[in-house]
Design a protein around this ligand. Structure first.
Ligand SMILES: *Cc1c(COP(=O)(O)O)cnc(C)c1O
Length: 290
């Protein structure tokens, strides 16, 4: 299986937060693996186990050109001796176009570039059938890695978090919402705040569609996307630089937006004094802007 490095909990001291009487800890899960970092490790764990158990020799998955999931899947497949295929959105791209794709190719991932139009069929059975005809014995993982095996992995992680750390509220980034779903399932008596990396109000419905029973301990915060997925402005860049100087590296797509949301809410006196807040650092630092 994938190697796992135990990860630290970082205590954050910040004058205004101390004044508000809240305690903030950051679980540095970004440090769990050099390439399969943060939540991607947990999302892939049972997918890899399943693929191997069922006798597959190849993983196939989908992503955009800067996808952390593509990056992680390429490295994970290599480590457990599976082949990997990445179906990448955009037929104008080449693997030399950016560090994510270059890295994936260096791990042995076979990259196939498809038009945006074809890419839209990524979840269609018919498309999967044709992929199987082309590539043979493939274990298909959806875009972003979110499926029942991913939720199984992040739920396990949620149980581990609670055994290790005392907290009342968990802050976590949301893309597909798979990570947050597993975590919320693991901790029914805690609040899970999901900071959406995307613009729009659809993430809560996507989360509901992933599970059978409604989750009433989860809330999606839709106001901290900074213009949309992977968008940023000078305020966010300055925020990242501030936290770099305090030894907490964040990236602009997910984790900086989570801490920004948390910081804003603390300053608005959203939390009662004494609240113990845990932020999950979900990784992705390979995509940090220079
Ligand atoms: C992929 C990713 C997420 C989003 O996870 P979902 O399960 O899709 O919500 C959050 N943070 C980082 C760093 C990621 O790479």
């Amino acid at each position: 299986m994938l190697t796992y490095r135990p990860t630290p909990v970082q205590v954050i001291e910040e004058e205004e937060w101390n004044n508000a009487g809240v305690n903030v800890l950051v679980k540095r899960e970004d440090l769990n693996h050099p390439f399969v970092s943060g939540n991607k490790w947990w999302k892939l764990k049972y997918n890899l186990e399943q693929a191997i158990e069922l006798g597959y020799d190849t993983l196939l998955t989908f992503g955009g050109a800067y996808s952390n999931h593509i990056y992680a899947t390429a490295a994970a497949a290599k480590e457990v001796n599976l082949k990997s295929i990445g179906i990448i959105r955009g037929d104008e791209l080449k693997e030399v176009d950016n560090p994510t794709l270059l890295f994936a190719a260096s791990q042995g991932m076979e990259l196939h570039f498809v038009s945006r139009e074809d890419y839209r069929n990524k979840n269609e059975n018919q498309f999967h059938t044709s992929l199987k005809e082309n590539f043979g014995n493939i274990f298909i993982i959806p875009e972003g890695g979110t499926n029942a095996f991913a939720i199984q992995g992040t739920e396990e992680f949620g149980i581990k978090l609670q055994a290790e750390i005392e907290f009342d509220v968990l802050f976590v980034a949301g893309g597909t919402g798979g990570t947050a779903t597993g975590l919320a399932l693991a901790m029914p008596d805690k609040k899970v705040k999901v900071v959406s990396a995307l613009k729009g109000n659809f993430l809560i419905d996507e989360i509901s569609s992933l599970i059978k029973e409604p989750l009433n301990n989860i809330e999606v915060l839709n106001d901290y996307h900074f213009g949309g997925y992977a968008k940023y402005n000078q305020i966010l860049l300055d925020f990242i630089a501030y936290w770099d100087a305090k030894q907490l590296p964040l990236e602009h797509v997910y984790t900086a937006k989570v801490l920004y949301a948390l910081d804003s809410l603390i300053k608005k006196k959203y939390f009662k004094a004494g609240t113990k807040i845990l932020m999950l650092h979900s990784g992705g630092l390979q995509g940090k802007l220079a």
